[in-house]
Design a protein around this ligand. Structure first.
Ligand code: GDP
Length: 536
């Protein structure tokens, strides 16, 4: 590796920003995404992101999106260039039944942009997603959207975000009025006011600026909303802490921006903040060691699999987050779990709405590798090193169904289909140690419907999805010091009627009531019960 290449890798990593947008449905995530693409010059035509979005809410609509999977996958990862940076934007599924998938997407980003509907404040889905970000110390930027409507008082919102999400909020802008009287925002750092004008068709760079937050013109023009905003700013400046980069990077402080995505207002500030404040890719933990993004050798981890984008070809795309090195098309890679070699020639990157062939990628980039089942969720790819990245979460399901095939002659197809859907993370599949009926585990009801639909349409299997009596699942392990494999086997043998193996043969105990779990823990003190499994 030449010094020149090394310098280039480090330079490319430094200019990467990889982040996810999170929000409760309807807060304006799609609109903001579209505007970010627009401002970065990645798309000219507004409306293209929205076109596919309509289908995200209801089940029936989801079936529709199935038909347009090519589009949906292209827009679940978007790359754009802005200023001197390469920005990778990952979409998170809006429906809460897909939350598992969302959690895994969040493991692939270095920052998150939280969109809050100013009329609704912190909503349940935002709260859940934020918990995941907090657990990983992901830095979060906050965009308070829809200021062109009658919304909550900004001080109120700020207070609620602090309280509900347990992080301090540092306003970078402050709104003057709202709804019909929304005048714009005071930019506290630049000491100026940006005046709001409505309209989606406005050019992206023509906000009217008035210099000086104390400029007498402001009072003349905006009257009492300005006076109110000015005194709130004073209050906030006294009470709130100043921006502290270390606190932000640790996920304990969030910079807050106000705007109206649909009116293109406040969007550029968010893009600039991403470039200026969000971190470049950092190191990532593997079982063996910590991997630095500037290392010369390529490594990456599969965090999402999307199958059958083209049902005619049965292909699936593994989404890989590049953790280090320089990826080049056609290079030889090792799948560490299986030891298999992979030589991806058709690797796709995601430039706004198009899927295109990718020539190279660096730490922080997301690449898509089409494959026929060689790659699974959590897989680590390297140039040969035995390395396993950690941190990809699987959650203990909270809903279970038994699944049977209507036509016994198609049992094989059912198993094949479920294996693939399980590997993809669409559902968790459990094989009871005693008994032959497969069990499905999900965190949301919709997952069962999606699986039944896909089994029928992609694998030609009509499945009967039936009630199962379980409601609680825990993965079980036993430390070496407590008897290790031997003790674990004793536990499994003693509970074979309620133990099942998951997709990677990890044993799991299935129970009807949470209360049973406590009794079981008392009876088996050496066994550990886990609600979360990290792929390893
Ligand atoms: P998502 O579910 O979070 O992706 O939300 P969308 O981007 O689809 O927005 C939900 C609704 O809010 C849509 O009808 C948008 O047109 C509307 N919306 C988005 N941004 C704004 C805004 O700044 N002001 C107003 N008034 N409506 C907005």
């Amino acid at each position: 590796m030449s010094a020149e290449t090394q310098t280039r890798i480090e330079h490319e990593v430094r200019r990467r920003r990889t982040f996810a947008i999170i929000s409760h449905p309807d807060a304006g995530k799609t609109t903001l995404t579209e505007k970010l693409l627009l401002f970065s010059g990645a798309i000219q035509i507004a409306g293209s992101v929205k076109a596919r979005k309509a289908s995200r809410h209801a089940t029936s609509d989801w079936m529709e999106i199935e038909k347009q999977r090519g589009i949906s996958v292209a827009s679940s990862v978007m790359q754009m260039e802005y200023r001197d940076c390469v920005i990778n934007l990952l979409d998170t599924p809006g429906h809460q039944d897909f939350s598992e998938d969302t959690y895994r997407v969040l493991t692939a980003v270095d920052a998150a942009l939280m969109v809050i509907d100013a009329a609704n404040g912190v909503e349940p889905q935002t709260r859940r997603l934020l918990q995941v970000c907090r657990a990983r110390n992901t830095p979060i930027l906050t965009f308070v959207n829809k200021m062109d409507r009658e919304v909550r008082q900004p001080l109120d919102l700020m207070d609620e975000i602090e309280r509900e999400l347990g992080m301090s909020v540092v306003p970078f802008t402050w709104p003057v009025g709202m709804g019909k009287f929304f005048g714009g925002v005071l930019d506290l750092g630049k000491d100026q006011m940006r005046v709001f004008s409505p309209g989606e068709e406005r050019a992206t760079n023509d906000d009217e600026i008035i210099e000086g937050l104390a400029n007498p013109v402001l009072e003349e023009r905006f009257g009492s909303p300005y006076m109110e905003a000015a005194s709130e700013v004073e209050l906030v400046r006294e009470a709130a802490p100043g921006f502290d980069e270390a606190e932000f990077l640790a996920g304990r402080q969030t910079p807050m921006f106000f705007g109206s995505a649909i009116n293109n207002f406040g969007v550029r500030e968010v893009l600039d903040a991403l470039v200026d404040m969000a971190p470049a890719p950092g190191s990532r933990p593997a079982l063996q060691r910590e991997v630095q993004p500037g290392e010369p050798k390529f490594t990456g981890v599969v965090f999402k699999i999307q199958a059958n984008m083209d049902p005619a070809h049965r292909d699936r795309i593994a989404f890989l987050r590049v953790a280090s090195g320089h990826f080049e098309r056609g290079m030889r890679l090792k799948v560490v779990r299986s030891g298999k070699e992979l030589r991806p020639n058709t690797v796709v990157s995601f430039l706004s709405q198009r899927r295109e062939l990718l020539e190279e990628a660096f730490g922080g980039d997301i690449i898509g590798i089409p494959n026929h089942g060689v790659l699974q969720l959590g897989d680590t790819l390297t140039e040969g090193e035995s390395l396993q990245f950690t941190g990809l979460p699987f959650f203990a399901p909270e809903m279970f169904r038994a699944v049977e095939v209507a036509d016994p002659l198609r049992t094989k197809q059912l198993r094949a289909g479920l294996t693939q859907l399980g590997e993809e993370g669409a559902i968790q599949v459990f094989r009871p140690v005693a008994g032959s009926v497969l069990l499905l585990g999900a965190v949301g009801q919709l997952q069962f419907e999606v699986v039944a639909h896909r089994l029928e349409h992609e694998y030609g299997v009509k499945a009967r999805i039936m009630p199962a009596r379980y409601n609680v699942a825990r993965w079980v392990t036993c430390d070496e010091a407590d008897g290790g494999e031997r003790e674990l086997k004793r536990f499994i043998d003693g509970n074979s009627h309620r133990v099942a193996l998951d997709a990677v043969d990890a044993p799991c105990v299935l129970l009807e009531y949470a209360g049973e779990l406590r009794a079981m823990q008392e009876n088996w003190p050496k066994i550990k019960f886990h609600a979360l499994r990290e792929h390893a």
